[in-house]
Write a protein that binds this ligand. Sequence first.
Ligand code: 13P
Length: 338
Amino acid sequence: MSQELKQTIKDMVIVGKGILAADESVKTATKRLASIGVESTEETRRQYRNVMLAAPGMEKYICGVILYEETLHQKSNDGILFPEVLSSKGIVPGIKVDEGLADFDSSAEQYTRGLDGLGDRLEKYKEAGTRFAKWRAVYSISENTPTEKLIQRNAHDLAKYAKICQQHGFVPIVEPEVLIDGTHSIDACHKVNEKVLRAVFDALNKENVIIDCAILKPSMVISGKEANSRAGVDEVARRTVKCLKATVPEELPSINFLSGGQTPQEATAHLNRIHTLGEDLPWYVSFSYARALQDPALKAWQGKDENIPKAQKAFVKRAKLNSLATMGKYKEEMENEE
Ligand code: 13P
């Protein structure tokens, strides 16, 4: 079993490459499509996935894609099942396995559902060709949140999920997302991230999760979206590295950030700066973006077939810029290049 996990890690931890999160739930995909005036149906969601997953050349920059259950059984415009489209390009298909958020403890917070029957679902997903999984927990920052109770609950559930994944031969992506919404300072974000990550790794250890066969998908340490004055690129990068070094064991193979509402340019610039600080990073550090990789393509596509080539170009360009960022080779002026 651990041989299988190790091979998946090998296929997903590749210099210059990262992960595309294309696992928006029906609800989230509907929101994205509404932003370009397209009605959300099974077919329009398939067309949207096709823009990204069938984009020529994306395999140069992307080594794994997180899919949503519906997409597993859908086909590209060329009639090939999406997981096969990816595998044939050497990209590892993965699957979002959490079942979304629910109210927690009658407070303003939410926990993540999906542990019931997870093992059986993983067996089904394995038949469909996926080899890794994702589970997202969320934490909001306000005067009273996140509560210690939620931090412990999420850590516990993330660890249980990771353990079950590994027992079924899936590499778990552990995603504790500290939300960017709010007016909080970068300092507040730093403290919360540190507390959350400590709790997560304590729980993973207690559950005997094999750390070198797991991937962490954290938020960057960043000011709240509505904060009065927001920290610059340099401070975000420094604080993020400091926080990760204080909490993440060295044997973890890869850290792949979520973009969490940063603009595509911000998400790339931050990742790039993390790699130009001159800090020794014990893990591979890359991206697992959804919005920051797909938004420009979504806008270029507009739901029209004739725009597919333009949209795919926009997507591959973003993937390339993020690939350069993982090597500290991104420059702002590249934004204006073809
Ligand atoms: P964003 O990059 O849009 O935050 O999405 C990443 C993700 O997978 C959220 O679960």
